[in-house]
Design a protein around this ligand. Structure first.
Ligand code: SF4
Length: 455
């Protein structure tokens, strides 16, 4: 629940009436309003007491904390969400998908899983989709066995990881092997929290807090908050899918609608504990991607389970206000040369992928110019004035297509045949060819057209 400027101003010096202007704003009220909208930071006012600063920092922080697991380019960030429903605005940090490795699995299986997490990557609409972390679990109860696994994984991959062990001594010993990689430590429970707190204050890093219910979770996160530890993900210990959906929904609503800080953390769930069998596990994970889980740890997956789950995540975490788009540039489809056809379309991802797939199907290597049009389809882009002679001509000139081909014929989508004249005026020396209206007609059109180009 966002804090209001009118509430902030009451906390400023002299109840917001000092108006000394040292923050760069004409009044305390103006500063408070900017703070509330995220346009200013607290450090601009030099007259705030440490207590008020802390109180306002807390009030201004996101309803759901941002948590970072790992370091560098591979780090996984979850949380920081501002809305309950995706259509209210957008979700910002996609659910982290993790793969579990138990220290009771044999060496070959461990190697297979390490390889799997780096090999199973999919490019979809120009976006790389992949799982995000490894979760190393101590099932053996043996310190040496678990530490050997952690050491091995730490040395063999750069992906972020999570350490899971009920025994806090083993968990912290494992953490010490790789503390600089900021692993997520799990579970912090009412039984081990006293041991974990000093260790995490000494070497800060993210924690996974687990309880058997929401009610038991709240005192644990409250205690951590008192200790100024708030890089936390929470596990309400749901017993089945229905309970998990209820818990996840309650947590999200309490954090965002009610501003209830003890539950203002990203969540973690283990679909394998809610359903048995790989397919059911993926289905449960799919439901929890929709219903607010920030981290999901799977016992195993293959391409056929992971790919649809990642697609699901892509759909849920795509900003509904922004059409998916691809980069504006000249694309080579196949291995085009100097006499290959040149076509143009807009940068709506769906348009680009359908058109390029149809060109590939025609087996005629071609140059495809993709014009930036704010992710709109051809006809809509034309209607919005983003796909016409005036905008296409300068793009074609800077695209470099004239250096790559001797062809001076440009195929435009049949739906915008009306821009042929203005485009020829804007592109002297180019002949504009009106191509098929529908992408599906490209395979019938291109072979004959390419043959004519060569003659
Ligand atoms: S610096 Fe602080 S006290 Fe002065 S006007 Fe700004 S908010 Fe008010």
């Amino acid at each position: 629940m966002a804090v209001k400027g009118t509430d902030i101003v009451k906390k400023l010096p002299d109840l917001g009436k000092k108006n000394c202007k040292e923050c760069g704003f004409p009044t305390c009220f103006a500063f408070a309003m900017k703070l509330a909208s995220g346009g200013a930071t607290l450090d601009k006012c030099p007259h705030l007491s440490p207590e008020v600063t802390e109180e306002l920092e807390d009030a201004l922080s996101p309803a759901i904390k941002l948590v970072t697991v790992g370091t560098g380019d591979n780090a996984l960030q979850v949380g920081n969400e501002e809305v309950v429903f995706r259509h209210d605005k957008t979700y910002v940090h996609p659910t982290g998908i993790g793969l579990l490795i138990s220290d009771t699995e044999d060496s070959a299986k461990v190697d297979e899983k390490i390889k799997k997490i780096s090999d199973l990557q999919f490019d979809v609409v120009g976006i790389n989709l992949k799982a995000d972390l490894l979760a190393l679990k101590c099932d053996s109860g043996k310190k040496d066995t678990f530490l050997a696994l952690v050491d091995k994984v730490c040395k063999s991959t750069g992906v972020p990881f999570m350490l899971i062990c009920e025994d806090a001594d083993i968990l912290l010993a494992a953490r010490d092997i790789c503390a600089d990689r900021r692993p997520l430590l799990y579970p912090v429970t009412k039984n081990n929290i006293d041991k974990i707190i000093p260790a995490i204050k000494e070497k800060p890093g993210p924690l996974g807090v687990k309880a058997d219910s929401l009610e038991e979770l709240i005192p644990l996160t409250t205690r951590l908050k008192e200790e100024k530890i708030d890089e936390v993900v929470i596990d309400p210990g749901s017993k089945d899918l229905m309970e998990a959906i209820n818990d996840q929904t309650f947590i999200r609503r309490a954090a965002i609608k009610q501003g209830f800080r003890p539950l203002g953390y990203p969540t973690i769930a283990f679909p394998g504990t809610l359903a048995k069998g790989e397919l059911k596990e993926i289905l449960v994970a799919s439901a929890l991607v929709i219903k607010f889980a920030a981290v999901l740890i799977l016992t195993d997956f293959d391409e056929f389970g992971l790919r649809p789950l990642l697609m699901q995540r892509l759909n849920i975490y795509t900003d509904p206000r922004m059409p998916l788009s691809v980069e504006e540039k000249l694309y080579a489809v196949g291995e085009p040369g100097e006499t290959s056809p040149v076509l143009i379309t807009t940068n709506w991802a769906l348009t680009y992928f359908i058109v390029s797939a149809e060109i590939e199907s025609s087996k005629v290597s071609s140059w495809l110019l993709v014009k930036e049009a704010e992710g709109l389809g051809v006809l809509t882009a034309w209607a919005a004035g983003k796909f016409n002679g005036d905008s296409i001509a300068p793009f074609l000139k800077r695209s470099g297509v004239e250096d790559k081909t001797k062809t001076r014929k440009l195929v435009i989508p049949g739906k915008v045949a009306r821009i042929k004249g203005e485009l020829e005026d804007a592109l002297p020396g180019w002949e504009i060819i009106v191509g098929p209206r529908e992408a599906t007609e490209i395979t019938g059109f291109l072979p004959g057209y390419a043959a004519k180009l060569k003659n």
